[in-house]
Design a protein. Sequence first.
Length: 437
Amino acid sequence: MLTAFARAFKTPDLRKKLLFTLGIIVLYRIGTQVPIPGVNYQNVQTCIDAVESNSGLFGLVNMFSGGALLQVTVFALGIMPYITASIILQLLTVVIPRLEALKKEGQSGTAKITQYTRYLTVALAVLQGTGLVATARSGALFTNCPVGSQIVPDQSIFVTITMVICMTAGTALVMWLGELITDRGIGNGMSILMFISIAATFPAALWAIKEQGDLAGGWIEFGTVILVGLVMVGLVVFVEQAQRRVPVQYAKRMIGRRSYGGTSTYIPLKVNQAGVIPVIFASSLLYIPALIVQFTNSTAGWATWIRQNLADTAAPAHIALYFLLIVFFAFFYVAISFNPEEVADNMKKYGGFIPGIRAGRPTAEYLSYVLNRITWPGSLYLGLIALVPTMALAGFGANQNFPFGGTSILIIVGVGLETVKQIESQLQQRNYEGFLR
């Protein structure tokens, strides 16, 4: 990987793209430190120091924003509205025929769906920004902070609207920066910004584990956590690269006096076909009951049960339900994102077939069978990756926002592998020597 980056910096056009990407990253990190008007920055820092070990229910969103959410900055919402909008439109593509037709139109249809995604992102940013401002005003953003209710001293309508507009504008700017990286930089812009947001929380989280350790000044715990993290990264890389290659043979066709086709290829079905989406879905769904209890501040029996079993990430009920939800959403997302019937029809249209399998419906049934078989180990792998930090690293003061947690590791490794592949492919295009030298 380091060799690929070194060679890329020696190539003029790739060096410009890498420097442009780094410049956008610097701007993004600056924006995560700029507080919005109407926020008492001193009280925010006091609350962050008071609840440093546990950032509560907003930890997942705070991780995706690079720590900007709990600091209530301009980029407090980060790219979460865009991610949510993209997932919603991807799910609606299966349900709404108009979106499905746009998806099949090629580049023009994709551009239209991207435009819808931008509109939905702004709408979600307004909604989430309003919720964040209301949470900060009520003091629920930092439940254990003595000055948690004084984060927004002026609670007038004008100040509230100004804060929401600033956060919405920040989200639109983040979306624009991500698209700039995609167009003029290296890799997928939104994925790169997500990568940077998560990686920015690593040093502070690792040093906090060292400070909380008791063995050899915390260095034993620090080294053990680094070792466990490297093992998890190796496991994630191994599984993310694993795939089942279904062979496909295309029959020869005679057009005039020329013969076309007759090639052999394969359909790559990844073991982890769903990516990190099931972990995000499961985490968000488990947060909803605890969030309701926190806002209602109820002392009823059901509220107590939720606090003891769902809000506590170390509770057996939370661990079991979290694991089952990840497995369920893995199958659910694979079912809506990969259509065996459509793949079988396209193969039949161009004269392709799987050796030993008849074209048409038998091909679709075979692909569904293979996909279900490989989704089982993929979903179990996602569940274990998400739960290992909770169970194995609890002794080091780790929480659900630990840097080597399932969501962060999956995103970091996935984006890193994809970016390195793009750099290597562009290097190969520019330095291809061919058969003759």
